[in-house]
Ligand binder design. Structure first.
Ligand code: GLA
Length: 352
């Protein structure tokens, strides 16, 4: 069968600003040159997808039922997106939902903190014919992830995959949802280093952390702008630490974006180390393996800074380095990544 379309969506690495998006804070991810691609043809009343990476194919009858009940488990993301599109007449869902027959191929490693699920959601959404602005598509995919996994994730991953800009990181204000591209200077390189310990969001304390932050915010107001003296006055020690992380991390995102713009990679690297310490000590989402990897990497010549990236509890470390550094051998394997454009779909001419 000749593919009638090819939909592609990138993974992302977050340079700084973790566990801030769901509290309306600042994040600074970049879409990367690792992608999920869905090729196929639309039509019929089933969604049938095979995968180059997964043994089991997905075969869903329309209309979609409960996405969380779908097997194999990667099909939950497919079903989550399809369920949003069939149920949501909004701008990102204004499509009569047709079936689809195609294949999925991905270079975004699952469980490594590089948003393989967001890349799959965006690629499937475009494959199913969803249209809308990057923000509309991202919001729809964020709802799909919640329906598929029950994890109350923020919007960073989906919005970065949808709105990525080549050679730029994205400064996202998760209250206003304004996206400001920030050029990545030519004299730095970004590496992702796998810790070798996969994580799954639903297996983590992600929802618990979010609930702790919401409890603190209910007492003192939005955490990204909470005065530190209000945070210090919170009775519960856990609330104080969680809130201090969110507030200080937002300050670090702002300072990091300024350091990139001022071509001050050493300053940016220091902020990454501070971010890691805050995620480790105040937010408690690091692991011994991630801590050792950050310490080992940041001691190498030419490495400006390193930190866990994404939700934590395993996954990857991101490092900012000078261009001549090679971290291929680090951890369970390092890979240099380049800031890439966001998700897109194109018709593929039929071949005779
Ligand atoms: C996951 C979530 C994001 C964000 C990060 C932590 O990747 O999907 O919304 O909360 O964790 O920054």
């Amino acid at each position: 069968m000749s593919p009638a379309f090819s939909a592609v969506a990138p993974g992302r690495v977050n340079l700084i600003g973790d566990h801030t998006d769901y509290m309306g804070g600042l994040v600074l991810p970049m879409a990367i040159d690792l992608h999920t691609v869905v090729t196929g043809e639309r039509g019929g009343d089933r969604i049938r997808l095979t995968s180059a990476q997964e043994h089991e194919a997905v075969d869903l009858a329309l209309p979609i039922g409960d996405p969380a009940a779908v097997t194999p488990s990667w099909g939950r993301y497919v079903a989550g997106v399809a369920a949003q599109l069939q149920g949501d007449p909004g701008p990102a869902g204004a499509v009569p939902l047709n079936g689809l027959t195609g294949t999925v191929a991905s270079t975004v490693p699952p469980g490594s903190g590089l948003s393989s699920s967001a890349a799959l959601e965006l690629a499937v959404a475009l494959a199913l014919g969803a249209s809308g602005s990057p923000l509309e598509l991202a919001s729809m995919c964020q709802r799909a992830e919640l329906a598929a996994t029950g994890v109350p994730c923020g919007i960073m991953d989906q919005l970065c995959s949808a709105a990525g800009v080549a050679d730029h990181a994205l400064l996202i204000d998760c209250t206003t949802l304004q996206v400001t591209p920030v050029p990545v200077p030519a004299d730095v390189a970004v590496w992702v280093v796998d810790s070798g310990r996969p994580r799954t969001l639903d297996g983590s304390a992600y929802a618990e952390r979010r609930a702790e932050c919401e409890a603190a915010a209910a007492l003192i107001g939005p955490l990204p702008s909470a005065p530190f003296e209000h945070i210090d006055q919170l009775d519960d020690e856990l609330h104080r630490r969680r809130a201090r992380h969110v507030r200080s991390e937002c300050d670090r995102v702002r300072a990091f974006a300024a350091a990139l713009s001022a071509d001050d990679p050493a300053g940016a690297g220091e902020l990454m180390l501070d971010s890691h310490a805050s995620l480790r000590d105040d937010f408690e989402v690091s692991t011994a393996t991630l801590d050792e990897l950050v310490a080992e990497l940041s001691a190498r010549p030419g490495v400006h800074g390193a930190r866990l990236t994404g939700a934590g509890f395993g996954g990857s470390v991101v490092a900012l380095t000078s261009p001549d550094v090679d971290l291929t051998d680090a951890g369970a394997g390092g890979r240099r990544v380049v800031a890439s454009a966001g998700a897109s779909v194109e018709d593929v001419a039929d071949t005779p």
